[in-house]
Design a protein around this ligand. Sequence first.
Ligand SMILES: NC(=O)c1ccc[n+]([C@@H]2O[C@H](COP(=O)([O-])OP(=O)(O)OC[C@H]3O[C@@H](n4cnc5c(N)ncnc54)[C@H](O)[C@@H]3O)[C@@H](O)[C@H]2O)c1
Length: 360
Amino acid sequence: MSTTRRFRIAAIPADGVGKEVVAAGREVLDALAAGSAGAFAVDWQEFGWGCEYYARTGRMMAGDGLEVLKDFDAIYFGAIGWPGVPDHISLWGLRLAICQNFDQWANVRPVHFLPGVRSPLRKADDTELDWVVVRENSEGEYAGVGGRNFAGRGPGGEVGVQSALFTEVGCERIMRFAFDLARTRGRRKVSSVTKSNAQQYGMVLWDDVFRRVARDYPDVETESVLVDAMAAKFVLRPEDLSVVVASNLHADILSDLGSALAGSLGLAASANLNPEGRFPSMFEPVHGSAPDIAGQGLANPIGAVGSAALMLDHLGLPGQATRLHAAIETTTAAGVLTRDLGGTASTEDVTKALIDTLHT
Ligand SMILES: NC(=O)c1ccc[n+]([C@@H]2O[C@H](COP(=O)([O-])OP(=O)(O)OC[C@H]3O[C@@H](n4cnc5c(N)ncnc54)[C@H](O)[C@@H]3O)[C@@H](O)[C@H]2O)c1
């Protein structure tokens, strides 16, 4: 019997379906741990931060929240946002506060096609499609640089400025991360997403750094594609993709397109990584709090469970991550699908099917 490795994980379900899918993910991960013959165990601590907490306290998280979180091995996150709290308050007050203060500069978002799930892409029926979006997660268009002019121009004349920040260091580290990831994959290729035709400062720096970094990886194929053309390529030639590296905004949009092509936003997993390990990394489904279906047992938990698999990989348990991926594939192949995938299963049905699969 191997010595049990115990991990302290902070769970932050936050809002809407975040609560449902984090509960499902925890249940599945606990079942995996129980059946892991002592390979690992999880000590959870849950934090009730989010929009309800904001309504009570005027803050999205406790004042010392970051201090408390920094000693955990990882963070397992649901989704934030709820009607009544402006989205920029909830996003900056919790999720971005964690990502930016913990320098989780690499956001990894696999686009994975599952058996038993119909893709709107006809091509997915007979072509193997599998790519990863690597999102720059610390600067770019979400750097928070800008301001609003309330006083200077009078009623009706207000001006908002939102600048994008691109640093050579920020570009280089995410590109090296993408190239290193490409070296672990069957197809060694990195596609850089740009908009340097229209954005002649930040995006031209992005392109220059990409060309320079690429020279250190002569074994990796490269291409540089404008973001508009890349949106078309996701639909028309996705078999030509392996690792797609993009700025914060571009990758945010493209990864939602990717998960929709794979069948549903509810399937998409993501990892916000601090690759140096100075701070805990955070794992969360790509989707938001889905107020339209929250509290009805309709949420697809697979994005959250897939995120738990990314967390296991990060914690040095690739074998356990593979078991979890296999359980997801068995469950979808058996047709246990939530409504977003055309099925009738509830969140609980899918969770139970995943756990049953782990037990067999
Ligand atoms: N990472 C995050 O926490 C995050 C990401 C995106 C949006 N948001 C926030 O979420 C709120 C709602 O935003 P939105 O509606 O634009 O995006 P959303 O991702 O919440 O929902 C978009 C669509 O996808 C569906 N969907 C999402 N998750 C699903 C799941 N697990 N299973 C089945 N269907 C699912 C929803 O029902 C909806 O039709 C907003 O407050 C927004 O700011 C948070």
